[in-house]
Design a protein around this ligand. Sequence first.
Ligand code: HEM
Length: 488
Amino acid sequence: MYEINTTEAKNHRTLVKVWTVTFLILFPLLITLGLLMRLNQGEVLKLQSMTFYSLMTLHGLGMAGVIFSTALGALGYLIGTRYAKISVGFGYFIYALVVLGTLGLTAATLFGKYAAGWYLLYPISVQPGIGQNWAITLALLSLIVLGVAWVLGSTHIVYALGKRYGGFTKLMGWHYLGKEEPKEELPALALITTVSLVPGIISFLAGAVFLVMNLLQHFEGTLSYDPLIQKNLVFFFGHTLVNIAMYMAVAWVYEIMPSFTHRDWKVNKAVVYAWNGTFFFIIFAYFHHLYMDFAQPTSLHYVGQIASYLSAIPSTVVTMFGVGVQVYHGKLKWSIFPMAVIIGMTGWAVGGFAAIVDSTINLNKVLHNTLWVPAHFHTYMLLGVIPFLFAFFYYLAYGSEEKKPSWGFWLFVVGAAGFLTMFYLGGMESVPRRYSEYMFTNVPGLREVGSKYAKIAARFIEIVVLGLLIMYISLFKNLLFRKDLPKS
Ligand code: HEM
């Protein structure tokens, strides 16, 4: 049994609140950048192309980074207060690095107009003119700082868990696969954290190699590299980063949901098989970003399609089944935590299904580079990971007390669903992604269709922001000013 004293618990709680408040401030600001992009695409306002792409760079990298970092903070808190020794001081160090990286990126994009997109496609990523000279340096350095923070933070958590549970094989639950009952129970939180963070660390290292190579070329213009290797490195990094953000969030769903349902949700053989499968296949799933790269060996495209299916399906099925068992015929009160979990599961399933459609080679030939792609991953993030994050924030603020979902929550869900629908409709009509303005498309009628959906989407984004602001009133009140500790 792992126990910590009240001072340590309080310090952990303060740290996770710092992460939470930072997220709650940055999230609507990054959404506002999305709103500006949609308004530009809807021809309601007029941004310079470079401004649009620098906003898109900051929005994409900012969202992916802030979500991952906050999820890491949440896992550090839950693990550190329940299962293994996590250093709070080190947590603040990681926080400081993340703030430093974020400030650098913000300056590079907003003031230095660095506009390579969040996917940093090489050689665009270092092309002279893709931002001011200093901004290219600052953007790459800032991303390196963020990468270092994530590697250190993730390694610290995995190391602490490994020390507590007896190494990697135990953390992966392999002792559940024999005939004998395991001597010590492994919490699902520890298993899923390991399955997420270990591939994460490997992919961050690949990202670091990519960034350092880019930086060297930026300083020494005669250098150049194989674009296909660079694309493999950067997509392994980027795809894995957003992919594992979902699994990290699922980890706390397994951990916290039983406080509301009063039913156990334990690791068993099915859970171990499913998440071990995810661990292995997650590493190869990014290949589906390279279907259009004819120089990539065809066999890898097939590996990509199969790995995309296999990395997502088992863990999704086993988790959905688990949530079903938790709530079926239970005496559950539909307070905000379980409700947000159900919405998050729905977003995960819908976004995941749309992703599987897109990762199927024959369909990808049609949907590739249309708005279908942002549609699927925005669903996965905005109606999947984000509700899970808010479930966690409400748990911090209210514990397992009954707190009904507010109007704000429902406005957020309706606004997000409407905004996403416009992306899907655009994708189905072949409206291209990453176009600052649709007047640059040469297909008759496409400009009208694209800008019409963008304008409607902007209305839904306003509803999302309104919903968030309403949610914030009670969240901030309880997170910042509540004196007693909520019942967990
Ligand atoms: C209401 C919230 C959001 C709004 C309004 C929004 C809006 C947008 C828009 C308009 C684009 C450009 C799409 C295009 O034309 O290709 C975009 C791109 C992007 N968004 Fe969001 N977004 C939101 C939430 C999120 C979240 C939660 C994430 C989390 C990772 C995210 C990550 C990205 C990324 C990575 C891109 C770049 C996509 C690419 O490279 O094609 N967004 N977003």
